[in-house]
Design a binder for this molecule. Sequence first.
Ligand code: IDP
Ligand code: MG
Length: 148
Amino acid sequence: MKEKTLVLLKPDALNRRLVGEIISRFEKKGLKIVAMKMLWMSREMAEKHYEVHRGKGFYESLLDYITSAPIIAMVLEGDRAIEVVRRMMGKTNGVEAEPGTIRGDYSLSVQNNLVHGSDSAESAEREIKLFFAPEEIMEYRLVDEIWI
Ligand code: IDP
Ligand code: MG
Protein backbone atom coordinates (compact mmCIF):
# COMPACT_ATOMS: atom_id res chain seq x y z
CA MET A 1 0.00 0.00 0.00
CA LYS A 2 1.78 3.10 -1.24
CA GLU A 3 1.42 6.00 1.22
CA LYS A 4 2.67 9.52 1.66
CA THR A 5 3.65 10.93 5.05
CA LEU A 6 4.80 14.31 6.31
CA VAL A 7 8.21 14.39 7.97
CA LEU A 8 9.67 17.43 9.72
CA LEU A 9 13.28 17.76 10.77
CA LYS A 10 12.76 19.99 13.77
CA PRO A 11 14.98 22.92 14.89
CA ASP A 12 17.28 20.70 16.94
CA ALA A 13 18.07 18.63 13.82
CA LEU A 14 19.48 21.75 12.16
CA ASN A 15 21.16 23.02 15.32
CA ARG A 16 22.89 19.70 15.83
CA ARG A 17 23.84 19.32 12.13
CA LEU A 18 21.87 16.06 11.90
CA VAL A 19 19.84 16.94 8.79
CA GLY A 20 21.94 14.85 6.40
CA GLU A 21 22.13 11.92 8.80
CA ILE A 22 18.36 11.79 9.29
CA ILE A 23 17.46 12.21 5.61
CA SER A 24 20.04 9.58 4.77
CA ARG A 25 18.36 7.02 7.03
CA PHE A 26 15.02 7.53 5.29
CA GLU A 27 16.64 7.35 1.85
CA LYS A 28 18.57 4.19 2.66
CA LYS A 29 15.41 2.55 3.99
CA GLY A 30 13.94 2.96 0.51
CA LEU A 31 11.52 5.78 1.14
CA LYS A 32 11.20 8.20 -1.74
CA ILE A 33 11.45 11.96 -1.28
CA VAL A 34 8.55 13.47 -3.23
CA ALA A 35 8.65 16.98 -1.70
CA MET A 36 11.14 18.92 0.40
CA LYS A 37 11.65 22.49 1.61
CA MET A 38 13.30 24.55 4.32
CA LEU A 39 11.06 27.00 6.15
CA TRP A 40 10.66 28.88 9.38
CA MET A 41 7.28 28.02 10.86
CA SER A 42 5.11 30.91 12.00
CA ARG A 43 3.25 30.77 15.28
CA GLU A 44 -0.02 30.41 13.34
CA MET A 45 1.29 27.48 11.32
CA ALA A 46 2.67 25.81 14.46
CA GLU A 47 -0.71 26.22 16.18
CA LYS A 48 -2.42 24.53 13.23
CA HIS A 49 0.12 21.74 12.96
CA TYR A 50 -0.08 20.96 16.68
CA GLU A 51 -3.77 21.76 17.22
CA VAL A 52 -4.46 18.37 18.85
CA HIS A 53 -2.09 19.35 21.66
CA ARG A 54 -3.74 22.70 22.47
CA GLY A 55 -4.35 23.00 26.21
CA LYS A 56 -1.71 20.45 27.20
CA GLY A 57 1.00 21.47 29.66
CA PHE A 58 3.76 21.30 27.05
CA TYR A 59 1.85 23.14 24.29
CA GLU A 60 3.35 26.66 24.68
CA SER A 61 6.85 25.28 25.07
CA LEU A 62 6.31 23.09 21.98
CA LEU A 63 5.28 26.15 19.93
CA ASP A 64 8.36 28.07 21.15
CA TYR A 65 10.59 25.14 20.23
CA ILE A 66 9.18 24.44 16.77
CA THR A 67 9.37 28.16 15.82
CA SER A 68 12.83 28.72 17.34
CA ALA A 69 14.78 28.05 14.12
CA PRO A 70 14.12 26.84 10.57
CA ILE A 71 12.98 23.32 9.87
CA ILE A 72 13.08 20.94 6.91
CA ALA A 73 9.70 19.64 5.73
CA MET A 74 9.47 16.58 3.49
CA VAL A 75 6.88 14.29 2.03
CA LEU A 76 8.12 10.70 1.93
CA GLU A 77 6.45 7.99 -0.08
CA GLY A 78 6.60 4.23 0.13
CA ASP A 79 4.88 1.03 1.16
CA ARG A 80 3.10 1.79 4.47
CA ALA A 81 5.32 4.86 4.78
CA ILE A 82 3.35 6.29 7.72
CA GLU A 83 4.06 3.43 10.11
CA VAL A 84 7.55 2.79 8.70
CA VAL A 85 8.58 6.39 9.47
CA ARG A 86 6.99 6.27 12.93
CA ARG A 87 8.95 3.11 13.75
CA MET A 88 12.18 4.61 12.42
CA MET A 89 11.62 7.69 14.63
CA GLY A 90 11.09 5.70 17.83
CA LYS A 91 9.07 6.67 20.90
CA THR A 92 8.35 10.35 21.52
CA ASN A 93 10.63 10.50 24.55
CA GLY A 94 14.25 10.05 23.49
CA VAL A 95 14.99 8.51 26.89
CA GLU A 96 12.60 5.66 26.11
CA ALA A 97 13.19 5.36 22.35
CA GLU A 98 14.95 2.17 21.29
CA PRO A 99 18.54 2.28 20.04
CA GLY A 100 18.50 2.02 16.26
CA THR A 101 15.72 4.56 16.00
CA ILE A 102 16.44 8.21 15.23
CA ARG A 103 15.29 9.43 18.63
CA GLY A 104 16.82 6.43 20.35
CA ASP A 105 20.20 7.15 18.84
CA TYR A 106 20.26 10.95 18.99
CA SER A 107 17.81 12.34 21.56
CA LEU A 108 17.60 12.31 25.33
CA SER A 109 14.64 14.67 25.49
CA VAL A 110 10.86 14.37 25.30
CA GLN A 111 10.50 17.73 23.52
CA ASN A 112 13.70 18.08 21.52
CA ASN A 113 13.30 14.84 19.67
CA LEU A 114 14.52 15.88 16.22
CA VAL A 115 11.79 14.59 13.98
CA HIS A 116 8.06 14.62 13.32
CA GLY A 117 6.14 12.02 11.33
CA SER A 118 2.40 11.88 10.66
CA ASP A 119 0.66 9.35 12.92
CA SER A 120 -2.23 8.27 10.66
CA ALA A 121 -3.54 8.55 7.12
CA GLU A 122 -5.86 11.37 8.23
CA SER A 123 -3.03 13.29 9.91
CA ALA A 124 -0.79 12.78 6.88
CA GLU A 125 -3.40 14.22 4.54
CA ARG A 126 -4.05 17.22 6.76
CA GLU A 127 -0.37 17.89 7.52
CA ILE A 128 0.89 17.52 3.94
CA LYS A 129 -1.66 20.14 2.86
CA LEU A 130 -0.46 22.51 5.57
CA PHE A 131 3.12 22.45 4.28
CA PHE A 132 2.89 21.81 0.54
CA ALA A 133 0.84 22.99 -2.42
CA PRO A 134 -0.16 20.14 -4.75
CA GLU A 135 2.33 21.26 -7.42
CA GLU A 136 5.21 21.01 -4.90
CA ILE A 137 4.69 17.27 -4.61
CA MET A 138 6.62 15.53 -7.37
CA GLU A 139 5.32 12.57 -9.26
CA TYR A 140 8.27 10.72 -10.72
CA ARG A 141 9.86 7.35 -10.94
CA LEU A 142 13.32 6.62 -9.56
CA VAL A 143 15.53 5.04 -12.23
CA ASP A 144 15.73 1.76 -10.30
CA GLU A 145 12.25 1.88 -8.87
CA ILE A 146 10.27 -1.31 -8.96
CA TRP A 147 6.88 -1.06 -7.33
CA ILE A 148 5.68 -4.37 -5.90
P1 IDP B 1 5.08 12.46 18.45
O1 IDP B 1 5.92 13.56 17.85
O2 IDP B 1 5.90 11.26 18.82
O3 IDP B 1 3.87 12.11 17.61
P2 IDP B 1 3.21 13.82 20.24
O4 IDP B 1 2.65 13.22 21.47
O5 IDP B 1 2.32 13.99 19.06
O6 IDP B 1 4.53 13.00 19.87
O7 IDP B 1 3.78 15.25 20.66
C1 IDP B 1 4.20 16.18 19.68
C2 IDP B 1 5.51 16.75 20.10
O8 IDP B 1 5.34 17.51 21.31
C3 IDP B 1 6.59 15.73 20.45
O9 IDP B 1 7.27 15.23 19.32
C4 IDP B 1 7.51 16.54 21.35
O10 IDP B 1 8.35 17.42 20.60
C5 IDP B 1 6.49 17.36 22.13
N1 IDP B 1 6.07 16.69 23.38
C6 IDP B 1 5.26 15.62 23.50
N2 IDP B 1 5.07 15.28 24.79
C7 IDP B 1 5.77 16.17 25.51
C8 IDP B 1 5.97 16.36 26.93
O11 IDP B 1 5.46 15.62 27.76
N3 IDP B 1 6.79 17.40 27.28
C9 IDP B 1 7.36 18.23 26.37
N4 IDP B 1 7.19 18.10 25.04
C10 IDP B 1 6.41 17.08 24.60
MG1 MG C 1 2.17 13.25 17.15
